[in-house]
Design a protein. Structure first.
Length: 332
């Protein structure tokens, strides 16, 4: 059974355009999340808000390996997934501020957004709940006889949930085209993987169910994309599910209300300085002469404008009308 560690992953050849696109996408997520953090600080976003800063390479690399019509479902740390699959930053930011122009008309918030058009099935606040849903999406595609693949993203903490293993069994038994993406960012709220998991190499956990797994350097967008392409090919060929464990890191606290006292500032600083996914691509672009400093500055400027516009939209879109309280509760 193919179960191996990150070191053997081969890097693909990549064009300048592709590398620039990865840079753009990762930067969009980073700047969007920084802006969301600011709006939260200003009191414009209420409730919980879980930022994806640090983990951008995971979703950008996997989206680059996906095709039109493929599906995705994830946890509450979901803004990056929405942007990477092409959802509108204005609609996402306005949902964060609880405004009418948001994806759930301002009634869902950070953890409850969906897009039928982009095949984004949420946004789930219950840890691990999205994993069986991901298998369900894959079941539907298998039943319909198309060759779509579903991505079910979940964390290292969620990987210790019982429903994950019920799902592994059914997905493998029925050979469902689902990729289980474990975003191992080393912590589940304040609990490190070492404290919570007897077997910290989570990619091996499908073996008992006959599901191959692989660990991937989740800070390296090209390694992520290459692993994603392999997993997608496996699923599309009708060989059943695949597990990708992305070794990644979140720079910010679990949510905006977490002071992150369970780890040192040095630990975070070291990751930022030595492993940052955006800096790695920036270096590649410059040293490989794929792009000039000026071209990168132009991208930075573009992204800043998109994010500022989304914040403006999110501040000026009206709050939902009171009678909206009674709509969208049950399907018509
Ligand atoms: C069933 C359930 N139990 C507990 C919680 C509280 N909770 C929210 S996030 C979280 C940690 C999950 O960590 P992980 O799966 O590693 O994802 P990450 O936050 O690191 O992305 C917990 C325990 C919850 N939301 N749902
Ligand atoms: Mg985690």
């Amino acid at each position: 059974m193919a179960t191996k560690s990150a070191k053997s992953a081969k890097k693909p050849n990549v064009s300048s355009e592709e590398l620039m696109e990865h840079y753009r996408q990762m930067l969009l997520i980073r700047r969007f999340e920084e802006k969301a953090g600011q709006l939260y600080g200003m009191g414009l976003i209420g409730g919980f808000c879980h930022l994806y800063i640090g983990q951008e390479a995971v979703v950008v690399g996997l989206e680059a390996a996906a095709d039109e019509g493929d599906k995705r479902v994830t946890s509450y740390r979901d803004h990056g997934h929405m942007l990477a699959c092409g959802m509108d930053p204005n609609g996402v930011m306005a949902e964060l501020t609880g405004r009418e122009g948001g994806y759930s008309k301002g009634k869902g918030g950070s953890m409850h957004m969906f897009s039928k058009e982009k095949h984004f099935y949420g946004g789930h606040g219950i840890v691990g709940a999205q994993v069986p849903i991901g298998a369900g999406l894959a079941f539907a595609d298998k039943y319909l006889g198309n060759d779509r693949v579903s991505f079910a993203y979940f964390g290292d903490g969620a990987a210790n949930q019982g429903q994950v293993y019920e799902t592994f069994n059914m997905a493998s038994l029925w050979e469902l085209p689902v990729i289980f993406v474990i975003e191992n960012n080393q912590y589940a709220m304040g609990t490190s993987v070492q404290r919570a998991s007897k077997t910290p190499d989570i990619y091996t956990r499908g073996l008992g169910f006959g599901i191959p797994g692989e660990a991937v350097d989740g800070m390296d967008v090209l390694a992520v994309k290459a692993a994603g392409e392999k997993a997608v090919a496996h699923c599309r060929a009708g060989k059943g599910p695949y597990i990708l464990e992305m070794k990644t890191y979140r720079y910010r606290g679990h949510s905006m209300s977490d002071p992150a006292k369970y780890r040192t500032r040095d630990e975070v600083q070291k990751m930022r300085e030595e492993r940052d996914c955006i800096e790695q691509v920036r270096d590649m672009l410059l040293t490989g002469r794929h792009a000039s400093e000026d071209e990168l500055k132009a991208i930075d400027k573009d992204i800043k404008a998109i994010v500022n516009e989304s914040a403006e939209f999110a501040k000026t879109s009206p709050e939902p009308a009171l009678d909206e309280l009674w709509t969208d509760i049950y399907a018509d």
